[in-house]
Design a protein around this ligand. Sequence first.
Ligand code: ZN
Length: 184
Amino acid sequence: MRCVERTFEYMDGLALVALLRANALDAHLFDENFVRQDWFHIIVYGGFRVVVPASQLDQAIEIRDRFQRNEFDLPAEDCDIPQCPTCKTASGQADPSPRRMLFLLYIIFFGISGFLIQSEYAIGLYVASWLGVHTAMLFPPLLRYLVIGRYRCATCNARWREAPDRPFHVQQQQAAAALAEASA
Ligand SMILES: [Zn+2]
């Protein structure tokens, strides 16, 4: 067996193994369970090694190189990329700014409250706002609303919020009803 690729990322190794196997090569992730047991020493072990029989090495290297050049990427129209409501192109990306804003507020809040504690000044205000902000920040529906489903358009930079999917059991009921209707 010969090594095609070394990686410190387990999933990267598995992805390459799956790709090589899909091309009829006998690929394995060498020592995968051994290295995973002791991931603090993952660098000492040399990471995960993707190995193939020596006779298949050239073919495996060629596939690995094409994989690393992103030649196996799906065409954009086959990917489920959210559509921008403003310019109607499929160029939505996850928008990190609401999350950053939330973290920034949190950091500023703790900076201010630290100052107030040290100065022993306005302690009542501090306690009230501490309780208030924590109640709000620990309020999961609010957090979900602020952070989840936020997209930004790569073309026109518009920002929007995608309506969440219906709960799974509702989708299941709708699918069952549609099937019953079609077979009736
Ligand atoms: Zn747009």
